[in-house]
Design a protein around this ligand. Structure first.
Ligand SMILES: CC(C)(COP(=O)(O)OP(=O)(O)OC[C@H]1O[C@@H](n2cnc3c(N)ncnc32)[C@H](O)[C@@H]1OP(=O)(O)O)[C@@H](O)C(=O)NCCC(=O)NCCS
Length: 175
């Protein structure tokens, strides 16, 4: 496969990111979610909206936004949510998604974040070190099978003393 380059999004990429997300999901909802999250300065981190390019064309996108893990006493710990992620349909299953996940993890570490939460395929994300979030006492704010709601520690024992419910930016609840 030709070389894939990964870099943060730039303003000129916005329409293509929308196109790739719509094509990958077969509906506009996730593309609209990305557009709405981009307007939410509290949770959107431009360096963590990454695009994958082949021959200078955007063929994939991944977004990490901040969330909060809130325990029963109201203590809050900042974390990241991985969602959505998309690769152009004709280029799926060639490893581009995996490269996007790996880059996103490295970039999140560089920026000093401690953990990532994902709702996703239970066979895919464990390859990158994700474990069921329930292992850490972390719950989703909606009904979901245990093995598809996962968490990754970016620093040693980052989630050791963190438990509670993940609070997503409101844009996620409107998808
Ligand atoms: C999920 C997605 C981004 C993965 O990108 P990719 O470039 O195809 O990923 P890779 O080539 O690194 O890995 C592909 C593997 O992951 C599996 N996989 C990953 N996520 C999956 C999912 N949500 N459902 C089913 N399989 C999934 C594939 O079946 C495949 O497994 P295989 O190689 O053992 O057959 C891409 O398939 C896609 O855009 N799908 C549509 C949108 C979507 O469902 N996004 C994820 C939810 S946010």
């Amino acid at each position: 496969m030709r070389e894939v380059k990964i870099r943060p999004e730039s303003p000129n990429d916005i329409l293509t990111i929308q196109t790739v997300n719509t094509a990958a999901f077969g509906q506009p909802n996730e593309a609209q979610l990305v557009n709405k999250l981009r307007e939410n300065a509290t949770h959107f981190i431009p360096e963590l909206s990454l695009v994958a390019l082949m021959n200078n064309e955007i063929v994939g996108h991944i977004l990490l936004t901040t969330n909060k893990i809130v325990d029963a006493t109201g203590n809050e710990v900042e974390s990241l949510s991985l969602a959505p992620m998309a690769v152009a349909p004709f280029l799926q299953k060639k490893g581009i998604g995996s490269q996007l996940v790996q880059h996103a993890i490295e970039k999140a570490k560089q920026l000093g974040y401690h953990s990532i939460i994902v709702l996703g395929h239970e066979k895919y994300y464990p390859k990158f070190g994700f474990k069921p979030a329930s292992t850490f006492g972390i719950k989703a704010p909606f009904e979901v099978p245990d093995d598809v709601f996962m968490a990754l520690e970016l620093t040693t024992d980052a989630l050791k003393n963190v438990a509670g419910m993940v609070h997503y930016p409101h844009e996620f609840m409107e998808v």
